[in-house]
Structures are given as structure tokens and as C-alpha cells.
Design a protein. Structure first.
Length: 216
């Protein structure tokens, strides 16, 4: 009787050990499958249109408002005689619309409006954005973000004046100073006005400065 009891205890321990191994291996397998499935659903944002001569591109996750502005910009720049003031207005609107629209951004590193910024300032601009307004943006790489973020529905731009603007070792004698006002889908307390300085850089007009206050 004692020998049978020892065998039962021994077999019971083996069964428990095998069951634990099954749980560990099985749990690891399902965790691996879940992780790989999640990796496969990572959002990949593609460009769906481009204005090659100017280096502008349109991403598939752009808002309907921004897509409309991009089409207008494309039509403006494809003309033999480009209307510079219209070009300036569109650059201003598109920069503001993309920068302040956080809802479609994948993470805090996905800074909007960068393609409209003066090339030599782009790195500093990106860092400034990530350290300030964009630092609150939660990651949405898997498309499961629940955070409420601003959606820009309209931007009004008013030219204030032309004036010289010094940047680095260069000066633009005819830079544009413009004021802007933003309309959001919902008022979440974000900046809704300000001013920009737009400079000439070859065939392009680029944002060289942004202020939180309107210029007079």
C-alpha cells in the first residue's frame, strides 16, 4: 500500500510538472502570436501625391481640408506664371493647418508642417514642436489611440506687409508678414491665432518664423 501511494504521488508530481510546462510554452506561443499580429497592424502612412519641382507631398492621412488646399497649391504652381501672393497664402494656410492638426499624427515625432519650413530651420523647428505642443501626443502606431486631439477645419490668412527679414547670413528684402486665425472642429483650448514670416528661397516660399500673437 505504501509503495502504491508513493507511485501515485510520483505520477501526480509528473502530471503537475507537465501541466506547468504546457502552460508556459502555450502562453509564450500565444503571446508571440499576439505580438506579431499587432506588429502587422502598425499604421504605415503613404504619400499619395507630390509636387516634385517644389518637394511637396500629400500623405494619405491628411484631412479633407488639407487635401483641398494641396490640390489648389498644385494648380497654382503648375501655371506658367505663378501668382506669388496666392502661393504665399496657400503655404501659410497649409503650414498652419498641418502643424496645429494633431488628430492625424501618429506620434509626437510626427510633426506637421515641416515641409513648408525653411530648410535650415527644420531640425530646430521639429525639436521645438516635440518639446512643446507635440509632447502631449500619445502614440497611435497601432491605430488604437483614445486621446482627443485638435482637428483644424479652416485657416484664414491676412497679409500684413512686406519687409526685410534677416536669417543667418542672408536677408530677404521682400519677406511676407501674415496673420492667421484657426477654426477647429472642437474648441480644446489650443492656439487659434498668430503670425508668420514667409521668405523667398529659390523658387520656393518658406516659413521662417511663427509667433503666438498677431502682427500689427
Amino acid at each position: 500500500m505504501a509503495r502504491r501511494r508513493k507511485r501515485k504521488i510520483k505520477y501526480g508530481r509528473i502530471f503537475i510538472l507537465l501541466f506547468l510546462i504546457f502552460l508556459i510554452v502555450g502562453g509564450g506561443f500565444f503571446a508571440y502570436k499576439k505580438l506579431n499580429t499587432k506588429k502587422e497592424t502598425v499604421k504605415k502612412i503613404k504619400a499619395i501625391s507630390a509636387i516634385d519641382d517644389y518637394g511637396y507631398s500629400l500623405k494619405e492621412n491628411a484631412t479633407p481640408y488639407f487635401k483641398g488646399l494641396f490640390k489648389e497649391l498644385e494648380q497654382t504652381l503648375n501655371k506658367d506664371d505663378v501668382d506669388e501672393e496666392k502661393y504665399m497664402t496657400l503655404v501659410s494656410k497649409m503650414f498652419v493647418a498641418d502643424f496645429f492638426n494633431l488628430d492625424n499624427k501618429v506620434s509626437k515625432n510626427d510633426v506637421g508642417g515641416k515641409q513648408f519650413v525653411y530648410k535650415n530651420y527644420q531640425s530646430d523647428f521639429e525639436k521645438y514642436a516635440m518639446d512643446s505642443m507635440y509632447k502631449v501626443v500619445e502614440s497611435n502606431v497601432y491605430g488604437d489611440r483614445k486621446q482627443e486631439l485638435p482637428v483644424v477645419t479652416n485657416v484664414e490668412v491676412e497679409k500684413v506687409k512686406n519687409e526685410p527679414y534677416k536669417y543667418g547670413n542672408s536677408t530677404d528684402d521682400n519677406a511676407y508678414v501674415v496673420n492667421f486665425k484657426i477654426t477647429y472642429k472642437d474648441d480644446l483650448g489650443y492656439q487659434d491665432e498668430g503670425s508668420l514670416i514667409i521668405i523667398h528661397n529659390g523658387i520656393k516660399l518658406e516659413v521662417a518664423s511663427m509667433s503666438e500673437k498677431s502682427s500689427s
